[in-house]
Design a binder for this molecule. Structure first.
Ligand SMILES: [Mg+2]
Length: 177
């Protein structure tokens, strides 16, 4: 199963703190979750203006909530619960071997892995790397990609666009290969 992922995060050159994660599965399922304990005060002006301003309203999340809500759209959760949600969402025994795709995805992948702890703590059956749509585009001499009309820098909207871009490149590949 292919999963198209995007994250928003706050980074200072040493740490990466997850703000939000969006994942779109190739079968159409979607997940969009926000880190309830991300310190938004550490964001630079760009992140404040382009990311934080457009997030769903933050509600207070107690540390002692350990169960996942049924609805995985736009909820603020601890990173532990986000990890659990992602693990269930991409469960290899239910949906087949996962294949992750991002766009300029190196930082996304680090923050994704850190949900689970170290790289070695990734759930069983998850690959230890993310494929990059940018590299795929490079290998086709960088054709124009679809325009993203709305929601740029919203992790779910970006993840949806990643799927569109991937589908676009796959169509080109089918034509020429
Ligand atoms: Mg993004």
């Amino acid at each position: 199963m292919k999963y198209f992922l995007d994250t928003e995060f706050i980074e200072d050159g040493k740490t990466i703190d997850l703000v939000s994660i969006g994942i779109v599965a190739e079968d159409g399922r979607e997940l969009y979750l926000l880190n309830a304990f991300c310190n938004h005060d550490k964001a630079n002006d760009w992140v404040q203006e382009n990311v934080l301003k457009y997030l769903p309203k933050k509600h207070k999340v107690p540390h002692y909530i350990f169960t996942l809500p049924a609805n995985l759209y736009g909820q603020y959760l601890s990173t532990g619960l986000i990890a659990k949600a992602v693990k269930d969402f991409c469960d290899p025994s239910e949906y087949g071997e996962p294949e992750f795709w991002g766009y300029y995805s190196d930082y996304d992948w680090v923050v994704f892995c850190q949900l689970f702890g170290t790289m070695m703590d990734l759930p069983l059956g998850f690959p230890m790397y993310c494929r990059d749509i940018k590299q795929l585009a490079d290998s086709f001499a960088n054709p124009n990609l679809p325009e993203q009309k709305t929601g740029e820098h919203n992790a779910l909207e970006d993840a949806r666009w990643n799927k569109q871009a991937y589908d676009h490149l796959s169509a080109i590949a089918r034509k020429y290969l």
